[in-house]
Design a protein around this ligand. Structure first.
Ligand code: FAD
Length: 387
């Protein structure tokens, strides 16, 4: 067993940190105020060649694994940019996996280079208001029409739809059957046509710079050549990308938590009350030490899940456990960082309240903590399926 990062992986962490070094606290605080997409950050990441870190070299990617992508996302989320930084690039890094695994050669040549170069931004539309976590209940339909499909229905929470050129869309192409509820769903990668898809931003608690939206489709046309893989098999394709996504968000939660602990430790060492640094009090130092330890454990769990995935081994239990642990540890770290700052923890200029607002979303998305535990209870403990 070797816990040391290889020189190549250390070089990735250092290289990412150098690429995004110019985007400090002031930049992210400003994006949190104005809600503007972090275009300059995104462009720097694309120019550094990082968007294609785990996409095939044949299309301009670096051909590395989820382990390297997770290290990159941890570095970005831990840079002060939190989820605003991570989510602005997350979709280009992780979203194209279904194209790589199930797209035709022509589709890969058409779509992957612009995604890797940052010329396309994509959004990922699965969640619907009336289906919730039960994806088999989605009702947006893509109906056959001549050479393609026509889409009607509604999605919710679709992130980055305000700035995306492309949409990865899961829609029904056949009615739901009780004996095979997840069959009949198809996956498309299409132009987001704003004439027939109305996009409305949802005001939310954090990650203001990366929009989330409701989308109403009223006759959006998709050519057949924009369907990924076989008709009706889209849910299976999405399932394959769930584990890498969980691993990446676990890494993001660890990055944010570690950033929060670093800030709190710095403040606790400097702030003097009752003639000594507040960090000399165990009520301040123990919660931070506990958070440090929990984040270290979550990081190791994340790296193990990534290692399994990159070896082609089953990693569902480990990926769900990593997501669960990292989000619990990251949230607790942010909470303790606010507490350690006293009143200034509530002031925006100290950034920890922003980190806390941003990490809350990972308790809910891309999958809730409840569902991660449901999976572990069923698969690791053999308990009855509860979802
Ligand atoms: C900021 C943000 C960004 C997002 N971005 C995207 C995106 O880009 N694309 C996209 O498609 N979606 C996106 N989502 C949606 C997200 O994936 C969903 O919100 C999430 O999957 C939960 O679905 P829901 O909100 O419908 O919750 P519901 O399904 O309504 O669940 C509500 C609550 O009940 C619990 N619950 C439900 N069933 C069970 C059960 N059987 N056992 C235990 N607990 C249960 C859930 O855990 C949850 O706490 C985003 C959400 C947020 C908040």
């Amino acid at each position: 067993m070797d816990f040391e990062l290889s020189d190549d992986r250390k070089a990735i962490v250092d290289g990412v940190a150098r690429t995004i070094g110019a985007f400090g606290d002031a930049y992210w605080l400003e994006r949190d105020r104005d809600g503007e997409f972090p275009h300059a950050f995104y462009e720097a990441v694309a120019a550094g060649g990082w968007l294609g870190i785990s996409l095939p070299e044949a299309y301009g990617g670096a051909g590395l694994g989820v382990t390297e992508a997770a290290l990159m996302m941890e570095t970005m989320a831990g840079s002060g940019g939190a989820m605003a930084a991570a989510s602005s690039v997350h979709m280009n890094v992780f979203g194209p996996r279904a194209i790589v695994s199930h797209g035709s050669e022509e589709q890969k040549r058409r779509w992957l280079p612009p995604l890797i170069e940052g010329r396309y931004k994509m959004c990922f539309a699965v969640t619907e208001p009336n289906a919730g976590l039960d994806t088999s209940r989605i009702a947006t339909r893509a109906e056959r029409d001549g050479e393609g499909y026509v889409v009607h229905g509604q999605k919710i929470w679709t992130s980055t739809a305000q700035v995306s050129d492309k949409i990865m869309l899961l829609a029904r192409t056949a009615p739901r059957r009780d004996d095979a509820p997840t069959e009949g769903l198809s996956l498309f990668f299409a132009d987001l046509d704003r004439g027939t898809a109305r996009v409305r931003e949802i005001e939310k608690m954090g990650r203001k710079a990366v929009d989330s939206n409701e989308i109403w489709f009223d006759g959006m046309r998709i050519p057949e050549t924009d369907r990924i893989g076989e008709e009706g098999k889209g849910f299976r394709y999405i399932l394959e990308s769930l584990n890498p996504e969980r691993i990446l968000v676990a890494a993001e939660a660890v990055g944010i938590g570690r950033d929060a602990v670093r800030r709190a430790a710095r403040y606790a060492g400097e702030r003097v009350v009752f003639e000594r640094p507040i960090g000399a009090n165990q009520g301040i130092q123990h919660p931070l030490a506990a958070s440090w330890s929990a984040l270290e454990a979550a990081h190791l769990a994340t790296m193990k899940a990534a290692w399994l995935y990159d070896r082609g081994e089953s990693c569902g239990i480990e990926a769900n456990a990593a997501k669960y642990l990292a989000v619990e540890a990251g949230f607790e770290a942010c909470k303790q960082a606010v507490a350690s700052h006293g009143g200034m923890g509530y002031a925006r200029e100290f950034h920890v309240e922003r980190l806390m607002r941003e990490i809350v979303m990972l308790q809910l998305a891309p999958v809730s903590q409840h569902l991660a535990l449901n999976y572990i209870a069923e698969r690791a403990l053999g308990l009855p399926k509860s979802y």
